[in-house]
Write a protein of this length. Structure first.
Length: 165
């Protein structure tokens, strides 16, 4: 079996983010990982939307938006990290601005990640058909194995949706 020295936790700040962090930390501990990299991507689409609003004369600024969101995310990630069962000196934060799929894949390669842990987000069928999900795109393109996290509530909903004859 392969060594999993660097594990990447891709955090999208869903309501299940702390659960994802706990799960990634547990995996990192059981696999005796050297490092847990926690990554969050500020979507360029959101930054562009703020710039568009600014160009209409509203008092918002794309650069301030990015700095504000980055600061909020780092504070939340620090709180999540304080609650996990993995040594904090072996945890590193990365916050990027860009297209989430591309940035997560770049981080995976640049940081020589051995395993990625990420959650799934529910979408309506129409949204999924039109754009797909970040998780689905990562699963297709990732050069490393992916461990998919589901909260217990989500897992229960999925179990109820499966008909056993």
């Amino acid at each position: 079996m392969a060594d999993f020295n660097r594990i990447l936790a891709a955090v999208a700040f869903s309501p299940d983010a702390q659960g994802l962090m706990n799960y990634a930390a547990a995996a990192a501990g059981k696999l005796d990982a050297d490092e847990l990299i926690v990554a969050s991507v500020i979507n360029t689409r959101d930054v562009e939307a703020v710039s568009t609003i600014s160009s209409m004369g509203y008092d918002v600024d794309g650069d301030n938006y990015v700095q504000s969101i980055e600061g909020e995310r780092k504070a939340l990630l620090d709180d999540y990290i304080k609650q996990i069962a993995f040594p904090s000196e072996k945890v590193r934060l990365i916050v990027k601005v860009g297209e989430p799929v591309e940035e997560l894949l770049k981080i995976t390669v640049k940081e020589q990640v051995d395993l990625m842990v990420m959650g799934i987000k529910g979408r309506t069928n129409l949204e999924y058909i039109l754009v797909g999900s970040v998780a689905e795109k990562i699963f297709r393109r990732s050069p490393v194995p992916i461990l998919s996290y589901r909260s217990e509530n989500h897992a229960q909903r999925l179990r109820r949706s499966i008909r056993i004859s």
